[in-house]
Design a protein around this ligand. Structure first.
Ligand code: FES
Length: 300
């Protein structure tokens, strides 16, 4: 017996394939309709004179994106306001929470847009709709606060519930962006699990030109080796932790390897992400030269 209503059943995946929601997201990922707008916005966000604050907003200091942490505050405040709206005599507290959520939404939105500007095209498309839903939510809550301040509490509540709906939709789309499209994830997390322990022969030392990154397969992964001295070779995992960019196509600058896609800079010595947008360091390998052969093993 079918216990789910038809509308819900069509939204969920079934044995026949993806449901309405997943199909809609797949269409959105492929739709070029808003690409021009996205390009303009990306240019504007990248041109913001943020300096070192840009890495702070990416969450490099935190080791993962800052945006999901910052959104907790406005969402928490607005959800609490929605609960208080259902309780008699809590108008003042609800109004305060709506206002606090609006203040908290500012840094959350800025960090989100800074991350968004470094995404790949299909992720940008989904991210744009995620942002649009959240902006709609913020506008609803601004209207809600205005109405509450004017003593129109019923209208204020109605705007608040509309805002909650928009924010919930934005959150669901954000979930697709983070978990389905892996925006913000560490794209080298699996390296430690795929490289067998112990030393592995990579290449003859003579085959490496000083300062020129070289892509080398190592079992299930690829690594990038850079000869930095007569007998010194540095080895990192080759796919960038930010979005999987090919570090072997990057450039070596001041003892660091710069990703060709978005410019994350990784210290060759230990993989530390000196600058973002990467928030995770690059897996680094210890190296030794034996009989003219470069060997590497994953650094602890
Ligand atoms: S893929 Fe974005 S910085 Fe490397």
């Amino acid at each position: 017996m079918n216990t789910l209503p038809n509308v819900l059943r069509s939204a969920l995946p079934s044995g026949d394939g993806p449901g309405v929601l997943l199909r809609a997201m797949a269409r959105l990922e492929k739709s070029p309709r808003a690409d021009r707008l996205a390009d303009v916005l990306r240019g504007a966000v990248r041109a913001l004179p943020l300096g070192d604050a840009r890495d702070v907003l990416h969450g490099r200091w935190l080791g993962h994106p800052l945006h999901p942490a910052l959104v907790q505050f406005p969402i928490g405040a607005w959800l609490s306001a929605a609960v208080l709206d259902l309780v008699p005599g809590q108008r003042r507290a609800a109004r305060l929470l709506v206002g606090a959520g609006l203040v908290g939404a500012v840094p959350a939105a800025i960090s989100g847009w800074v991350d968004w500007a470094e995404l790949r095209r299909p992720q940008m498309r989904v991210g744009l709709v995620h942002g649009a839903a959240n902006i709609t939510g913020v506008i609803c809550y601004a209207c809600s606060l205005t109405a509450r301040c004017r003593g129109r509490h019923l209208r204020g509540r109605a705007w608040g519930f509309c805002g909650a709906g928009a924010i919930a939709a934005g959150g669901a789309i954000g979930g697709h962006l983070a978990y389905r499209q892996a925006a913000g994830a560490n794209h080298a997390e699996q390296v430690a699990a795929l490289v067998p322990p112990g030393w592995h022969r990579l290449i003859a030392l003579d085959e490496l030109s000083p300062g020129r990154p070289r892509r080398i397969p190592l079992g299930e992964v690829t690594v990038v080796a850079v000869r930095t001295g007569d007998d010194t070779v540095r080895v990192l995992a080759e796919r960038c932790t930010h979005m999987g960019g090919p570090l072997a196509d990057g450039s070596v600058v001041d003892g660091c390897l710069v990703c060709p896609w978005h410019g994350s800079t990784f210290r060759l010595e230990d993989g530390w992400n000196v600058t973002g947008p990467a928030t995770s360091p690059q897996p680094a390998f210890e190296t030794r030269i034996t009989d003219g052969q470069v060997q590497a093993r994953l650094a602890p």
